[in-house]
Design a protein around this ligand. Structure first.
Ligand code: PGA
Length: 240
């Protein structure tokens, strides 16, 4: 069984760098390997979709809850799909913390994106000061899934204190949080859900994390920017 490996490039790479990445990356993975998604900045969705030559999939890092109109700076599900992506991230902690995305905004985005043909990777996770109340935080954030068709949703559990810091949650922390997430979604919405782990994942710790039963894949920031390292991660995910 293979597990999903998702790249979140955040605000990194130019057209040329993205094209080179795709070329290098495809050379380093076996022909049939398809267990990956790359989420580049919106300006690079089309280049990455072409560069991957129908392998894996492409995702946007953000999407708005309307198809068109006077929403300066936003992109719609229609535009994301048109550019060649089929996934989108919603609720990444950097958007919640730096751009003021609330639980209400996230809920509107998840609903609208899934109703308009995108698969959503919905990011949740506690801040450092909330470590003592993980259950409460996750329960609150997961309310955004009410009324959503969960066939088109994957959760990404990313403890905020582990993102870009080099601090990885322990296997026990990860197993605990993923079990809570799966239980809440079953209890509240009567659905099974896949759950990715994110936060300082790299080739050297991916085997242990991806090997956990409750972990269905990983969401990778920093280590996804390098074609060699991302290929290693995808290979680890494809051999489980
Ligand atoms: P990181 O980022 O792998 O650089 O910690 C993960 C994320 O923010 O999705």
């Amino acid at each position: 069984m293979s597990k999903l490996v998702v790249a979140n490039w955040k605000m990194n790479k130019t057209q040329k760098e993205a094209k080179n990445f795709c070329k290098e990356f495809l050379k380093k993975i076996p022909n049939k390997t398809n267990n990956f998604v790359i989420c580049p900045p919106a300006t690079l969705i089309e280049s990455v979709a072409l560069g991957l030559k129908n392998r894996g999939a492409v995702g946007a890092q953000n999407v708005f809850y309307a198809q068109s109109g006077a929403f300066t700076g936003e992109i719609s599900p229609l535009q994301v799909l048109d550019a060649g992506a089929i996934f989108c991230l919603v609720g990444h902690s950097e958007r919640r913390n730096y751009l003021g995305e609330t639980d209400e905004i996230c809920a509107k985005k998840v609903k609208f994106a899934t109703e308009n043909g995108l698969k959503v990777i919905f990011c949740v996770g506690e801040q450092l000061e909330e470590r003592g109340s993980v259950l409460t935080v996750l329960k609150r954030q997961l309310k955004a899934l009410a009324g959503v068709d969960l066939k088109n949703v994957i959760i990404a559990y990313e403890p905020v204190w582990a993102i870009g810091t080099g601090k990885v949650a322990t296997a026990k922390d990860i197993t605990h949080a993923h079990s809570i997430i799966k239980q809440i979604v079953m209890k509240e919405f009567n659905a099974n859900i896949s759950c990715l782990y994110g936060g300082s994942v790299k080739a050297s710790n991916a085997q242990e994390i991806l090997g956990l039963n409750e972990v269905d894949g990983i969401l990778v920031g920093g280590a996804s920017l390098d074609a060699q390292e991302f290929a290693e991660l995808v290979k680890i995910g494809s051999n489980l």
